[in-house]
Design a protein around this ligand. Structure first.
Ligand code: 4NP
Length: 162
């Protein structure tokens, strides 16, 4: 696969301060570890605008830092109709985010629930917002194992070799 045509992938939750920043940070970390950074453009967004411009929640920053993953440089933004045609992969954290994205129009890429790639069980990524550090660590673990499955899927589908 050509490195000049990057795969554009965006992780989407409600507020873009808890789950999707973890998706973005963890997926970027996995891609870097496998030496595949030049193949990807990675971002995150929220279907709501409540937290636009804010840094990720401290619970997400702490859970990520505990695993050596940085969320530096991330600021919340809203997912809009214009995003629908910008991304090859739109990865929703739960079925409510998924349906809110679909309501914006038709996407030119692939829209998935992240846990379609969870090797343990499908479903929604639980929202840890205001639930304490243990909830953030549980959410981290779900997103981490699902992102491994997602990256393996993309590598297979796009014949990516390092
Ligand atoms: P996130 O969590 O969607 O994972 O970023 C939430 C953050 C804030 C709110 C809801 C969920 N809120 O209602 O403000």
């Amino acid at each position: 696969m050509s490195k000049t045509k990057k795969i554009h992938i965006v992780f989407v939750c409600l507020g873009n301060i808890c789950r999707s920043p973890l998706g973005e940070g963890i997926f970027r970390h996995l891609v870097e570890k496998r030496g595949l950074s030049e193949y990807f453009h990675i971002d995150s967004a929220g279907t709501a605008s409540y937290h636009t411009g804010e840094r990720p929640d401290l619970g997400s920053i702490r859970a990520a830092a505990k695993h050596g993953v940085s969320l530096d440089g991330q600021y919340a933004r809203q997912f809009t109709g214009e995003d629908l045609t910008r991304w090859d992969y739109i990865i929703a954290m739960d079925s409510s985010n998924h349906s809110n994205i679909c309501k914006l129009g038709t996407t030119s890429g692939n829209i998935h629930l992240l846990r379609e790639f969870d090797p343990e069980e499908p479903g929604d990524v639980p929202d840890p917002w205001a639930k304490g550090d243990d909830a953030f660590l549980e959410t981290y673990a779900i997103i981490h194992r699902s992102c491994i499955g997602l990256l393996d899927h993309i590598i297979r589908v796009h014949y990516i070799t390092d």
